[in-house]
Design a protein around this ligand. Sequence first.
Ligand code: ADP
Ligand code: MG
Length: 255
Amino acid sequence: MAEIIAIANQKGGVGKTTTAVNLSASLAVAEKKTLLVDMDPQGNACSGVGVVTEELEVTVYDTLHDPLLVKEGIVKTQLDFLNVLPSTTDLIGAELELVAADRREYRLSNVINQVAADYDYIIIDCPPSLGLLTINSLTAAGSVIVPLQCEYYAMEGLSQLMKTIGLVQQGLNTRLSLRGIVLTMFDRRNNLSHQVSEEVREHFQEKVFKSVIPRNVRLSEAPSHGAPVLLYDVSSRGATAYLDLAQEVIKTRES
Ligand code: ADP
Ligand code: MG
């Protein structure tokens, strides 16, 4: 059975998609069968692994209405062990359509249940909100990884996210846990990065991953080449950091 991890933070631009793409790719090169689920209508996770969505018949949007379509929707990538369930801007509509739907929070869970036995890891890239798409992701997942940008106000919004995770745990998904916080865009020459890192580690202790993602231009360039960073520049610090994070995720797997 797959370990299912949602990558969530309602703040935009903190490194969710970069983490979802590069953690997935790094798990895949470790020969773990991995499915990347794009739950952001922007579709950056699927373009980040080189999947062009224009000609797709079935996307994650369709599967939320009919989970049995999921196998049709899953697409292969350049990496043997990595598949993706893509999204398109259609998904914006789902947020509204689901409001009145039956068991609306469990739609993605029903989709993922169809394929969980086929993978070692399922990584869900959440949109920058705490709306129904993120709630669906948290309900489908076993745990959450929270990317935290080493910047001013990094901790701001974190309490709201923890509250949301708590609410999901109480009602929709009692097994949900915090897998860890991953510090992103760390700049070792910047005092602020060190301060944020210390503050977060003090507060969240062992819940912060040892692997830290540096600010690295290769990570921001790779998506325009439709490739995870390890296919674009495997010797970059960004690639090394995500390979380390994947090893940490593999070593700390509980089930
Ligand atoms: P989110 O999904 O949380 O909105 P993204 O992963 O899309 O955030 O990252 C926001 C922007 O920052 C993107 O342009 C991305 O390429 C860039 N970026 C993310 N992580 C890094 C990093 N470690 N170093 C440099 N640029 C990064
Ligand atoms: Mg994103």
